[in-house]
Design a protein around this ligand. Sequence first.
Ligand SMILES: *[C@@H]1O[C@H](CO)[C@@H](O)[C@H](O)[C@H]1NC(C)=O
Ligand SMILES: *[C@@H]1O[C@H](CO)[C@@H](O)[C@H](O)[C@H]1NC(C)=O
Length: 279
Amino acid sequence: MAPLLRLLLLASSMVAVASAGSFYDDILISWGDGRGKIHDGGHLLTLSLDKYSGSGFESKYEYLFGKIDMAIKLVLGNSAGTVTTFYLTSEDGPTHDEIDFEFLGNSSGDPYTLQTNVFTQGKGNREMQFKLWFDPSKHFHNYSIIWNPRHIIFMVDGIPIRDFQNLEARGVAFPNKQALKMKSSLWAAEDWATRGGQVKTDWSKAPFVASFRSFNADACVVGSAKRRCHAAKDGWWREELDSESHAKMMWVQKNHMIYNYCADVNRFPGGWPPECSVA
Ligand SMILES: *[C@@H]1O[C@H](CO)[C@@H](O)[C@H](O)[C@H]1NC(C)=O
Ligand SMILES: *[C@@H]1O[C@H](CO)[C@@H](O)[C@H](O)[C@H]1NC(C)=O
């Protein structure tokens, strides 16, 4: 089926939903055998990780475009080898789409790395990494993904850190053909997370705990027939960076970005990914 036709068909079965408030309404604890818990009448969720397992949760609904927010407080203290994630993903498979925030833990006192990535039609390798301008384990901070037909904007406390543009016209696939779920997890990735596996997880500090609240999906929910998504097509649907927010993003990328795949000269001997020559 032609992509545009598929998109139109999907659009006609979508409903705009702004959900806020209780985790009971919006998410399911999906794995971890009791290590993920909802507290405080649905306002707080904690994931924990020990030697035997991590844990995770996911949205009950699937989205095709939206603004998805989560406030997260990361594992405090020695978090080396732990990875906390907040991402949107389609089902696994050769054409899967994914939009990632991944927080790589560190030894006590050393900064976390925030890694972002975008997979489109199964192709990833688009990592950009940042050191945050605050300690993300001390307080809750807001992490948002604005995903509309033209942009994927990653934001931290309302400040854009990355803008992945729709460059389908130049042959770069964009996630707009399949619905994505929000997923979040806390797991052990000792082999790569902390300095490529050189720093091991200190299991005597387990369980490691990350906290979540204020999940909000102002999004087009796939599979519901109540109201068309067009109702919500102001705000995030048209959002792009104006000159002020673009300047903020440039500040972050200049001062806080520690890795950019588009600047990794040894990585792509066969030529740069096409999106790299645009930015
Ligand atoms: C995060 O967003 C919520 C809801 O919009 C707001 O109440 C809270 O103050 C924000 N927190 C931070 C750290 O920006
Ligand atoms: C951990 O801290 C060290 C020292 O500041 C830093 O080089 C490294 O990039 C940090 N992040 C990770 C994930 O190891």
